[in-house]
Design a protein around this ligand. Structure first.
Ligand code: HPA
Ligand code: ZN
Length: 326
């Protein structure tokens, strides 16, 4: 339709994307074969059939299992190139992508292997698509503070290539305050700060992300809407929320896309953006997320253009580059 074409043609930034969550079943099989890694699936159809989740943890279990096929620098390069090609086709001109080093270092894959492979992919995206890319190193919140500190330490030689740190994985029972000191150290090292909060966790976790971590951007943030004072504060401070509609549906953060709060967020004055989170697992890349939200909530071209504009305003690009995109 016209709106589909408008969405695909709208220049946009993707701000909430886990590169390990872009591993399509076809590439999973190819890498399993290339590396001689066994996977518990016989066919691509079997893999897709396993992607049925009733909560975040169901997804995480299968997402970490999928990552087992990623072993070499070339694997991370190929993974990243496949994502950037899809993103470019969806109108993404700037991407700030997250990676989970602990998922790999815990299996004996060196931090350097992960980082250099992703950097190879980024160089390819810059050359072939003219895309700009920034990297966000995420700490796994189900692991302890010492493990996060060891990861920040491993990143030390690579800090000029890393823009921000983030916080992902199992939210309930792992509040932001668990990582207060490691986030303070990341800030002192010149990194920007983001955190997943208010996806499954309560508004209190969003308060902690603001007050204890001092985040620059909020990943998901859906449950902030349960707290009117928090909602007003986020709006007043111009905090960017990286909202992921298809993820929210697949992980049962919303029961039905018809109930998605994306338009309510905009009405409340929140700087909401639309992103794809883990597109290989949730059924669509960023344009699919714009389309699904638009269809379910009746978003018009002005709403969609505002969401795309918000994605640049909420990015970590320098002011001149933001202005050039808006
Ligand atoms: N939430 C928490 N952890 C994650 C997610 C998510 O949506 N995607 C990948 N790791
Ligand atoms: Zn996420």
């Amino acid at each position: 339709s016209d709106l589909d074409a408008f969405i695909a043609g709208l220049p946009k930034a993707e701000l909430h994307l886990h590169i390990e969550g872009t591993l399509e079943p076809e590439l999973m099989f190819a890498l399993a074969q290339r590396n001689g890694v066994a996977i518990p699936f016989a066919t691509v159809e079997e893999v897709r059939a396993a992607y049925s989740f009733s909560r975040l943890q169901d997804f995480l279990d299968i997402y970490y299992q999928g990552a087992n096929v990623l072993l070499t620098r070339a694997d991370f390069r190929d993974l990243a190139i496949a994502y950037f090609d899809r993103a470019a086709a969806d109108g993404v001109v700037h991407a700030e992508i997250m990676f989970d080093p602990q998922t790999h270092t815990a299996r004996g894959v060196a931090f350097e292997t992960v980082l250099t492979g992703l950097m190879d992919g980024i160089a390819d995206a810059e050359a072939r698509h003219g895309m700009s890319v920034k990297l966000i190193l995420c700490f796994l919140r189900h692991l302890d503070e010492a493990d996060a500190f060891a990861t920040l330490e491993a990143a030390g030689p690579w800090l000029e290539h890393i823009t921000a740190v983030g916080l992902d994985s199992s939210e309930l029972g792992h509040p932001p305050e668990k990582f207060a000191r490691v986030f303070a150290a990341a800030r002192a090292a010149g990194l920007r700060l983001v955190a997943h909060a208010g996806e499954e966790g309560p508004p209190e976790y969003v308060h902690q992300a603001l007050d204890v971590l001092g985040i620059d951007r909020l990943d998901h943030g859906n449950r902030s809407l349960e707290d009117p004072v928090l909602t007003a504060r986020l709006a007043r401070m111009g905090m960017t929320l990286t909202v992921c509609p298809l993820s929210n549906l697949k992980l049962c953060v919303v029961d039905d896309m018809a109930d998605h709060p994306i338009d309510r967020m905009l009405r409340e004055g929140l700087r909401a953006t639309i992103n794809s989170d883990d597109p290989a697992y949730f059924g669509g890349y960023v344009a699919d997320n714009y389309r699904a939200a638009a269809a379910a909530r009746g978003l018009d071209r002005d709403d969609l253009a505002l969401l795309a504009r918000n994605s640049f305003l909420g990015s970590f690009l320098p002011d001149e580059a933001v202005a050039a995109h808006c």
